[in-house]
Every structure is written in C-alpha cells, then in structure tokens.
Ligand binder design. Structure first.
Ligand code: AMP
Ligand code: FE
Ligand code: FE
Ligand code: ZN
Length: 291
C-alpha cells in the first residue's frame, strides 16, 4: 500500500507506557491523549508485559488512532542497561510468554529486597501499598519512587532515583534479566520486530561501546534502532542515524511516554520541536511482513 506524502508525515509515537507497567495513564487514556494531540499512531510498549495492548487497540479502533501492539524488555549485557522494543508480538507465542513471565518473576523477587534496603536506610514502605500503587500492573522502580514522594521521603522522581533507586544508588538491587540473544530469539519467534530502545542512554562510556553493542545485536537479528527519543540532542540523534545506516537497520522513534509520572515528556514530542513521521512506521510494518 503506498502512502501519500501527507500520510507519510503524520506524527506518531512508537514508545508508550501505560498502567499495565509504569505509566500512570490507562491504555485507553493514552490513545485518547494521542487523539487529542493529533497523532496518527502510537505503539504500546510496556515493560515485560503485553497486557495493555488489547485495551489500547480497542480504543484506537473507536477513535481512529492506529495502535501498534508492542513490548519493552530489559536484557543483561555486560554493564549496560539495554532495552529492546518488540513490535507486533503474536499473542500466545510460547517463548516470548515464558521470557516475559520470567522477567516479571525477577521483579517480584527484587521489589521486596529494595523495600528492605530502604527500610534499613530509614525509609520504610509497605509492600501492599506498592502493589496498590501499581494497580495490578507490572511493578517498577517508578512506583517505588511515587510512594517515596507520597511519604515525603523525596521531593521528586529524579531525587528518588538519584539518591536511592538508580543503578549504583543506595537501595539499588539488580534483577535477573535474559541475555540479548534469548530475548531477540523469543521476539523473532513471536514475529515481533526487535528494535534497540534509546541507544544513547544505555550507560555506555563511548560511542565505540554503543557501536560494538549494535554490531552484536545486529548479528543476533536486531532490525532497528530508536534514533528519535524525547531527550535526545541533535548530536545524539545524528549518531543513532549513522549507526542505523552503518548496520543497515531501520530507524524508529518514540517519547517513552509515562503519563503524568514524567510530566516533562509529552506524547509525540521529540526534543527540538521534532515529531516522528508515519513513514518510519510504514517501513517497520514492511519489515514485520518479511518476518
Ligand atoms: P525498572 O523497570 O524497575 O527497572 O525501572 C526502570 C524504569 O524506571 C525505566 O523504564 C524508567 O521508567 C524509570 N527510570 C529509570 N531510571 C530513571 C531515572 N534516572 N530517573 C527517572 N526514571 C528512571
Ligand atoms: Fe519505564
Ligand atoms: Fe526503556
Ligand atoms: Zn520505555
């Protein structure tokens, strides 16, 4: 299907979190926000779950906003924080289902340990309150941060991460994650297009380190990289685009929207007044067709 020029440049957002993980707007509310700000499409990419996709797709069909079902998984790669996005995972794909269930189990093991560390530091939190904060969604550190704000322990999400929750901070606890090979294999087996999320913010110390990672992931079957991201400078975007070209990868873009939890992030708004054009989604879709 060929698109007109007007259709190709419609704004989209391919990285959105909902209450199914650590966003604080329901899947339907995210689609409503997309409609309000005039986006043609959004992808729902919750951490370690696809539970929000169906609700978003249903609301999208009602409102005329295209909803791409997706997921975001964390993988273990040396000291880096590597996240993979997967677009259009098939429902009931056994390997991906097992991978996501394993990731959620590792979270369940980690969360009480973080609470214990915080209690030792003099900042007790109630596990039942944490579960309530997540409202049945996959629990992540942003939920712990939200509780800490509510208790008056910290003033902001950033303070909670900087002082307690970020890697290396006082209450940080590592959680078990799959190797990138296993995650990419499971995504491909589910016919999900695997894309490296926010490549400039994985904790790499140099561009060469990112390049090495991308080369390895490409060998494993990676198909794209998220070159447009809400916080990226023109220089970072350019570096991602160079990587994509060098390794023959598709380019995607999204904001990593988390609702009002991260109010500085606006749905569909990449820094510098940029929007992600629908054309990138059309190319991604074509790649899905080849899987
Ligand atoms: P978790 O999924 O529990 O490992 O937590 C990771 C999530 O926490 C990310 O997806 C972000 O939403 C959020 N996050 C990670 N680092 C930071 C940070 N430094 N400041 C604010 N939010 C963060
Ligand atoms: Fe998140
Ligand atoms: Fe991420
Ligand atoms: Zn994300």
């Amino acid at each position: 299907m060929s698109l007109t020029w007007e259709e190709e440049r419609r704004p989209i957002d391919l990285h959105v979190h909902t209450t199914a993980s650590d966003g604080d707007m329901t899947p339907a509310a995210c689609v409503e926000e997309a409609k309000r700000v005039g986006l043609a499409a959004i992808a729902v990419t919750d951490h370690d779950t696809t539970a929000g996709n169906a609700e978003a797709e249903a609301r999208g069909a009602e409102l005329g906003v295209e909803v791409v079902p997706g997921v975001e998984v964390s993988v273990e790669h040396e000291a880096l924080t590597v996240h993979l996005l997967g677009y259009w995972p098939e429902a009931n794909a056994p390997a991906l289902g097992a991978l996501l269930a394993g990731l959620r189990e590792q979270r369940e093991e980690r969360n009480p340990r973080i609470l214990r560390r915080l209690a030792e530091l003099g900042y007790p939190l109630d596990e039942a309150e944490l579960i309530a904060e997540a409202g049945g969604g996959v629990i992540g550190r942003p939920h712990i941060a939200a509780l800490m704000i509510r208790k008056g322990y910290v003033a902001s999400l950033d303070e909670a991460f900087d002082r307690f929750l970020a890697k290396g901070a006082a209450a940080y606890v590592e959680r078990g994650k799959p190797a990138p090979e296993a995650a990419i294999k499971a995504l491909l087996a589910a016919r999900a297009v695997p894309v490296l999320a926010h490549p400039a913010t994985i904790g790499a110390r140099s561009e060469a380190e990112v390049e090495r990672l991308v080369a390895q992931l490409k060998e494993m079957g990676l198909r794209g990289i998220e070159a447009y991201y809400h916080a990226y400078s023109p220089g970072q975007i350019a570096a991602c685009l160079r990587l994509a070209r060098r390794f023959g990868l598709l380019v995607t873009g999204g904001t990593d929207y988390h609702g009002t939890r991260k109010p500085e992030v606006r749905l569909g708004c990449i820094g510098g007044g940029l929007c992600v054009p629908y054309r990138l989604l059309a190319l991604l879709k074509a790649e899905r067709g080849r899987l």
